[in-house]
Design a protein around this ligand. Structure first.
Ligand SMILES: Nc1ncnc2c1ncn2[C@@H]1O[C@H](COP(=O)(O)OP(=O)(O)O)[C@@H](O)[C@H]1O
Ligand SMILES: [Mg+2]
Length: 123
């Protein structure tokens, strides 16, 4: 059994969007643990908060219109406590994301082709 602490450890995460006329409580008390080497599928109906949960791992929501409470630890990093500079360093070094964007698949295959030709590095 893998007794390492989880690589991703989300506890009691709440995200409220405050940019509109009424606040939107998008997720309310999410717990999520993922260990190294583990593959996890997040499943739920449309609008249930899957994307908001995952975007929160990289703190991608607009700061001034988003309230986040709870704990997000990724690779030992306390994500909600990061300064802007440390956040920029964390993104890409500790955690990255492949977005659910169909056209990105085409772009990624182009990047791979470019790389294998040795012409350029990827983005
Ligand atoms: N930037 C935002 N501002 C306001 N509400 C949002 C924003 N992003 C997502 N939401 C709302 O949060 C809820 C969860 O959305 P989302 O995580 O995209 O759902 P899923 O990915 O499970 O389909 C939805 O009600 C959605 O309308
Ligand atoms: Mg989604």
């Amino acid at each position: 059994m893998n007794t390492d602490p989880p690589f991703v450890d989300v506890r009691n995460l709440h995200v409220n969007f405050t940019g509109g006329r009424k606040p939107v409580p998008a997720i309310n008390g999410v717990d999520l643990q993922v260990r190294r080497g583990e593959v996890v599928a997040l499943i739920g109906e449309s609008g249930s908060g899957k994307s908001v949960t995952l975007r929160s791992l990289l703190r991608l929501h607009q700061k001034r219109h988003t309230q986040m409470h709870g704990q997000i630890i990724v690779g030992g990093v306390d994500v909600l406590g990061l300064t802007d500079a440390a956040l920029a360093d964390y993104r890409g070094k500790v955690a990255s994301m492949i977005f659910q964007e169909p056209l990105l698949i085409i772009k990624m295959s182009q990047i791979r082709r470019t790389r294998s030709n040795g012409i350029a590095e990827g983005v």
